[in-house]
Design a protein around this ligand. Structure first.
Ligand SMILES: Nc1nc2c(c(=O)[nH]1)N[C@H]1C(S)=C(S)[C@@H](COP(=O)(O)OP(=O)(O)OC[C@H]3O[C@@H](n4cnc5c(=O)[nH]c(N)nc54)[C@H](O)[C@@H]3O)O[C@H]1N2
Ligand SMILES: Nc1nc2c(c(=O)[nH]1)N[C@H]1C(S)=C(S)[C@@H](COP(=O)(O)OP(=O)(O)OC[C@H]3O[C@@H](n4cnc5c(=O)[nH]c(N)nc54)[C@H](O)[C@@H]3O)O[C@H]1N2
Ligand SMILES: [Mo]
Length: 822
């Protein structure tokens, strides 16, 4: 079965089994699971949920007027007002639209004209006829794999209206599609870490925040900023990381932040700020490891008992194998921290109970496999993995990892295999012989159909793609090297997009279908990707706006044109699906001694349904079981241990991913030997957005500078270019050029600028790849190369550029209004 939630379902299922066992033993009582006492006054508003958390919506005259955070949310996201605004923003797509050239001349017509905004409004009947017929045409002419249905992205949560799953469900009825594997978040880490620790690790539960507050003496946030990135979750956010951070503050835990930016987390915890050159973390880690070994501070007993291959890594560390000792002095020359600082870090890591909390940016870079591998190696040398408050955690910054897991059942979800949920699907529906590519390699695929690509020990033949279909993602935001992408996109005959916003992807589509927001339909979801604290009704708040339809209805309409509507819907209504998911969870729950209320009581209560938390979970320690018994609880690696040297990776023979953690120069970096541009571009995750989501809302007023995306600069770099706060600048390199607005600040390291990912791509001339982006899409500057042949991940954090004042009157930003339509 394809798991509907690529990020969390593996975790949820495994953790469920563990918590089920734990609470079963404790015999947690059944009983009323609603937090509010009977008779207490219920706050006003319809309960619903989103990536930003649970909230109540007030509606006046059919219009949503306020989203108020749920009282159970410890730290509501400041982005919530933008979520409300997104329903009514001027960027809302109102009607089905077709690009004029495509409509008049057919698929593939004038591909350079994509993005110039010449759309024709059509009826829903016409739009669905066109899509249904085009999918059949492409399948018949080129085979089903010529349809790309990867559709990666941060679609809204909800067990039913999962537009990515629904898209695949529909495409399967047409005989299949090419899909994608992995994600843009942890593309490198999730492929290398199974070789190292036997699981993807990046989405696994961390040692609980409470345990950390109690036991950790030194907390290291290494390229991790939970106070920003925990605002959102893949499911409905619980925001459990915020009380977690508070706990550290109260415990007065010593904090070190290794980051080119003095982050919110660093400021709030009064952390010590160390700012090495970006993309040099592996060298820094090696310098620390070398010091540990040279000074006998490493834990040989731990290495002997729990790891394999340290003796094969050691000659590299000492320089015996290549003549280059990876000493603190060596590391210092690369990363820019002093050798004394590096040695001091080694001594402090070893002398304290230390937790290494790594974010994802250090692996979203060229050779991004190495940083997580080396961090695990460093933690293994420190010997604290599996001890309270020690070791490493790879999701303290993501979706509130570290917030303990409640004894909740797993809510089932709609699957991409029609018929399956009704009890076993027909084999021809599921076995469609689909092709699959690593998620960030679509541009390469469009340019090189038939070519072979290495991927994690196997060879993939890149399929010929003629049609791409996206629902719930924004590739013209998330993919790197925008101009190369524009050129590759010309090989597509048809690009279809569902969205509710006129994103750059919608603007570059041939057929645009207006989707509802979550707030215009009913759904159900779990609260907290890790916490699983509640099940919440995501209730419909208002009627669909303009002509918007839910993705579900759109796909059902397409299937209907093939005479397959019933196969898609299984004859169920929206509420029947939701009720079915709930009932299944109720049965699972009962098996664990908990009685959930009947569905109608839950739905009508207008309250999230809370689940209990055991003391064992509250005190969860990652890898404690492995430490207690490494034979019984062996890791899923060939040796059952932490693999500092991997025979499997060795067998693959990739020159860009050797069999032990290794420092390799990225294609470009600050201070790099062959790098042409002087400034590193940090494309952090935005403070006031979820990627590109909400960029079209009033929240932009909080951060835009002269109407553009902000570009943070150190005073030194600004002065060297005669720039001041508020200046409009051109940021450029060989790949592209964008406008941005200067923010001079000393919270950023000299030599680094920050332009957050997700700014809407707004080309001055859409017909010309390479033209100026007027608003500030940072992916116009980043490199599209892969991390390595092992994982083929994206390198969103690999970019060098120059900044200069923009002379003359800057062109008006046009991306935040509807395109010109006929
Ligand atoms: N340079 C650089 N690039 C990066 C990153 C970086 O750090 N640096 N980060 C990467 C990462 S980690 C990620 S996850 C990606 C994110 O990339 P995306 O997930 O593609 O970005 P979003 O802006 O969240 O796009 C989601 C889109 O889905 C739409 N949507 C939401 N709900 C629905 C729905 O119910 N139906 C339909 N039809 N549409 C819906 C939204 O309006 C929005 O346009 O970006 C990646 N790109
Ligand atoms: N507000 C908000 N929260 C989000 C998201 C969002 O769009 N907005 N997106 C969500 C998603 S999908 C994901 S995958 C996660 C992403 O989570 P991350 O990938 O961890 O987030 P980033 O902001 O890319 O980077 C985290 C920190 O790494 C630092 N950094 C950048 N390059 C380097 C480097 O080379 N070395 C070191 N040591 N530090 C470096 C940055 O300055 C930043 O403070 O966030 C999630 N949370
Ligand atoms: Mo992500």
């Amino acid at each position: 079965m394809t798991l509907p939630n690529p990020k969390m379902s593996a975790l949820s299922r495994r953790r469920f089994l563990q918590t089920a066992a734990a609470t079963g033993c404790l015999g947690l009582a059944a009983g009323p699971l609603f937090p509010r006492a009977a008779g207490a006054q219920t706050p006003k508003g319809v309960i619903s949920g989103s990536h930003w958390g649970v909230f109540r919506a007030e509606v006046r005259d059919g219009r949503a007027v306020a989203f108020t955070p749920w009282e159970g949310d410890p730290t509501p996201s400041k982005q919530l007002p933008g979520v409300l605004d997104s329903i009514y923003s001027p960027t809302r797509i109102k009607y089905p639209m077709v690009r004029r050239a495509w409509l008049e001349q057919g698929p593939g017509a004038d591909p350079d004209g994509r993005g110039s905004g010449d759309f024709v409004r059509v009826s829903w009947e016409k739009a669905l006829d066109l899509v249904a017929a085009e999918l059949v045409r492409v399948r018949e002419q080129h085979g089903a794999t010529a349809i790309f249905g990867g559709s990666y992205g941060w679609k809204s949560p909800g067990k039913l209206h999962n537009c990515r799953t629904l898209l695949r469900r529909m495409l399967k009825l047409n005989g299949g599609f090419t899909t994608s594997s992995g994600d843009y978040s942890t593309g490198a880490a999730q492929v290398i870490l199974p070789h190292v620790v036997g699981s993807i690790e990046v989405y696994e539960q961390c040692t609980s925040w409470q345990n950390v507050a109690e036991h950790t003496e030194l907390m290291v946030f290494w390229g991790a900023n939970p106070l920003n990135t925990s605002q959102i979750s893949w499911q409905v956010a619980d925001h459990g990381a915020f009380p977690g951070i508070d706990g550290l503050k109260q415990a007065k835990t010593k904090v070190i932040c290794i980051d080119p930016i003095r982050t919110e987390t660093c400021a709030a915890l009064d952390g010590e700020w160390l700012a090495p050159r970006p993309q040099t973390d592996v060298a820094l880690m090696l310098g620390i490891a070398h010091t540990l070994q040279a000074e006998g501070l490493h834990d040989q007993a731990f290495l002997d008992k729990y790891t394999s291959g340290f003796e094969l890594f050691l000659p590299y560390l000492t320089g015996e194998s290549d003549g280059v000792p990876k000493s603190a002095d060596w590391a210092s020359a690369i990363c820019g921290l002093s050798a004394e600082t590096i040695r001091d870090l080694a001594r402090r890591f070893a002398g304290n109970r230390t937790m290494l909390a790594l974010g994802y940016s250090t692996q979203r870079q060229h050779h991004g496999e190495q940083a997580p591998w080396m961090l695990v190696t460093l933690a293994a040398m420190l010997g604290q993995i599996g001890l309270p408050g020690g070791g490493y955690g790879l999701s303290y910054h993501y979706a509130s990892g570290g917030a303990p897991t409640h004894a909740a059942p797993v809510l089932p979800a709609i699957t991409d295999s029609p018929g399956q949920s009704a009890g076993g699907g027909a084999e021809w529906l599921t076995g469609s012989g689909d092709a699959s590519i690593p998620v960030s390699r679509l541009v390469e695929t469009l340019q090189n159909p038939g070519a072979e690509m290495d991927f994690n020990g196997s060879k993939i033949t890149l399929p010929l793609i003629k049609l791409a279909y996206w629902a719930g993602g924004n590739p013209f935001s998330h993919h790197q090297d925008r101009n190369e992408m524009l050129r590759a996109w010309r090989n597509l005959e048809t690009f279809i997009v569902h969205d509710f916003q006129w994103t750059a992807s919608a603007r570059h589509a041939d057929i645009v279908l207006p989707a509802t927001t979550s707030y215009e339909r009913n759904d159900i979801e779990q609260v907290g990707d890790y916490a699983m604290s509640n099940i919440v009704a995501m209730k419909q708040i208002i009627e669909p706006q303009h002509e918007a339809r839910s993705d579900y209805d759109i796909f059902a309409g397409i299937a209907e044109r093939w005479g397959r509507r019933y196969d898609f819907t299984e004859g169920k209504t929206e509420m029947e699906w939701i009720r079915g998911f709930y009932e299944a969870a109720k049965i699972e729950s009962r098996a664990r001694g908990m009685e959930m209320p009947v569905f109608d009581v839950f739905w009508d209560s207008n309250e999230p349904l809370a689940f209990p938390l055991s003391d064992a979970e509250r005190n969860f320690v990652r890898h404690a079981a492995f430490r207690a018994d490494p034979l019984l609880n062996a890791l899923g690696t060939p040796s059952g241990r932490i693999e500092i040297f991997s025979r499997n990776v060795e067998k693959m023979g990739y020159d860009d991913c050797p069999p032990h953690p290794t420092w390799m120069e990225p294609v470009e970096r600050l201070g790099g030997p062959t790098t042409r541009y002087p400034l590193h571009v940090a494309s952090n995750h935005p403070i006031h957005r979820l990627h590109s989501q909400l960029c079209g809302t009033e929240l932009r007023k909080l951060y835009e500078v002269a109407g553009r995306e902000p570009c943070w600069m150190n005073p030194e770099d600004a002065a060297a270019r005669g720039l001041q706060d508020g200046d409009v600048v051109r940021v450029f390199n060989d790949r592209g050029q964008i406008l941005a607005g200067v923010v001079v600040t000393d919270v950023i390291r000299p030599g680094v600028i920050r332009i957050s990912e997700g700014g809407w791509f707004d080309p001055a001339d859409a017909r010309e790849a390479g033209s100026l982006c007027k608003y500030g899409d940072v992916n116009t500057l980043t490199t599209g190369i892969a991390t390595s042949r092992l994982s083929q991940g994206n390198c969103g954090q690999t970019a060098m550029a120059e900044v200069e004042r923009f002379e003359g009157a800057p062109p008006a930003v046009t991306v935040f209004s509807e395109p010109v339509t006929g």
